[in-house]
Design a protein around this ligand. Structure first.
Ligand code: NAG
Ligand code: NAG
Ligand code: NAG
Ligand code: NAG
Length: 387
């Protein structure tokens, strides 16, 4: 009897150690719904509750020690009108209060900010208009201009190694149509996992910058123009892309030259692409391109996903600037793998000339988060496993 209990304990300890940062889903959900069973030292944010230690999310973040200790912030139900900026490298978890932890459409914590970049001379960077920024320095977070973007100094440190957010909506309320870049999220030189979150804006909603790694799970990403863009790597798993109009493409990725092979790109997997509602669906039938190449190294793949009738029958489109096509055969990868739904038209895809339909073998090299990110210890595999 005794040896088996001991070995069981050993296994338990091993499991705890292997997952030292992740909060077990049951405790996390209890923390989110009742405020109990939260990790020791959890900070509480609320604009109204007497039980809160902070009134703004940023003031809670600013109070965290500048070390490698894992830290958790519980945000109580409500709307927070502020910009959030996370530079800390130690693990940070943001928990939104909710009683429906598996349903992003019922989130009760919303961070909003209304700002869009109307400057198209490159004088003011898009980052200043973001609801949330995750990056070690200002320079690391700059989009910059042109196909290669801002030249981030090579000696810039890595930022947050393990940033996790559960059940929080990020809403850039600048305009109800595309009116310049208006980020809900900007993440560069950092690892971020977003579970049951929402990202709402119209243009350039989610920016994953250089050396940014972002994993989205059962989340909602809503936009109109180029609403997923950047230089880094985004894996969007079991999520809903909501079309609030059409413009440019859904994905406008740029590649980055590196001396090592990389898998930078946007991977939309087991997800859906749908008009945000029935009235907009009637306006955008067959009009939304899956993406366009911001530079010729664009890489994005829609895999095993549903596409409704809003999708342009050609799938992806080229981006021609001053008569020069950015699509480059053999370099640009704008692809689909086993997609389905009324938005899929094989004849029109071929006629369009820029969409690749991948076979199993071509998809294989990108087919898991491990393959595109390398290290994935910052992803909450407990949540992904649960379903
Ligand atoms: C984020 O905070 C860092 C550190 O305070 C600061 O240097 C940077 O400018 C901030 N980023 C933005 C976009 O304001
Ligand atoms: C990458 O390198 C190639 C070859 O040197 C060059 O043509 C291209 O413009 C570069 N692209 C970027 C985004 O730096
Ligand atoms: C449908 O979505 C569009 C785009 O976001 C929005 O402008 C409109 O108000 C929505 N209509 C309804 C009925 O929700
Ligand atoms: C598919 O695209 C082709 C070529 O553009 C078009 O002729 C055909 O009507 C489309 N099929 C459907 C079902 O829309």
């Amino acid at each position: 009897m005794l040896p088996s209990i001991l070995s069981l304990l050993g296994l338990l300890l091993f499991a705890l150690e292997a997952n030292a940062i992740a909060i077990q889903p049951i405790s996390r959900q209890t923390c989110q719904s009742t405020g109990t069973h939260c990790p020791p030292g959890t900070l509480v944010v609320s604009t109204t509750s007497k039980h809160a230690s902070h009134k703004t999310i940023q003031s809670a973040i600013n109070s965290l020690p500048d070390d490698e200790s894992p830290q958790t912030i519980l945000i109580l139900e409500g709307t927070y009108t502020e910009q959030v900026n996370i530079t800390r490298s130690g693990p940070v978890t943001l928990l939104g209060q909710t009683t429906s932890p598996k349903d992003a459409s019922r989130n009760r914590v919303r961070i909003n900010w209304a700002a869009g970049n109307r400057d198209n001379t490159g004088g003011i960077d898009n980052v200043f208009f973001s609801v949330m920024v995750v990056a070690p320095t200002l320079e690391a977070s700059l989009t910059g201009t042109g196909p290669t973007g801002y030249p981030v100094p090579a000696d810039t440190p890595f930022g947050n190694k393990d940033f996790r957010v559960y059940n929080v909506d990020f809403d850039n309320t600048w305009a109800e149509y595309s009116d310049g870049p208006a980020h809900a999220l900007s993440l560069s030189r950092a690892n971020g996992g977003f579970y049951h979150c929402g990202f709402y804006s119209y243009q350039d909603t989610v920016y994953i910058g250089k050396l940014g790694n972002a994993y989205f799970y059962e989340s909602i990403l809503a936009g109109q123009t180029d609403f997923l863009y950047g230089f880094g790597t985004a894996w969007i798993q079991s999520s809903a892309l909501q079309l609030r109009g059409c413009g440019g493409g859904i994905t406008a990725w740029k590649g980055t030259n590196t001396t090592i092979p990389n898998k930078y790109g946007a991977y939309i997997v087991d997800s859906s692409v749908r008009a945000a509602n029935a009235s907009i669906a009637a306006d955008i039938k067959g009009a939304c391109a899956l993406g366009r190449p911001w530079n010729s190294q664009h890489r994005s793949i829609f895999a095993r996903s549903y596409e409704d009738g809003s999708v342009d029958p050609r799938g992806y489109i080229d981006w021609v600037v001053d008569g020069v096509s950015r699509f480059e055969e053999g370099v640009t990868l704008m692809a689909e793998y086993r997609v389905h739904g009324p938005g899929v038209n094989e004849t029109a895809r071929v006629e369009g000339g820029v969409t690749s339909v991948l076979g199993q073998e071509e998809w294989e090299m990108y087919s898991t988060p491990q393959k595109v990110f390398g290290d994935t210890e910052w992803i909450d595999w407990e949540v992904v496993k649960e379903n």
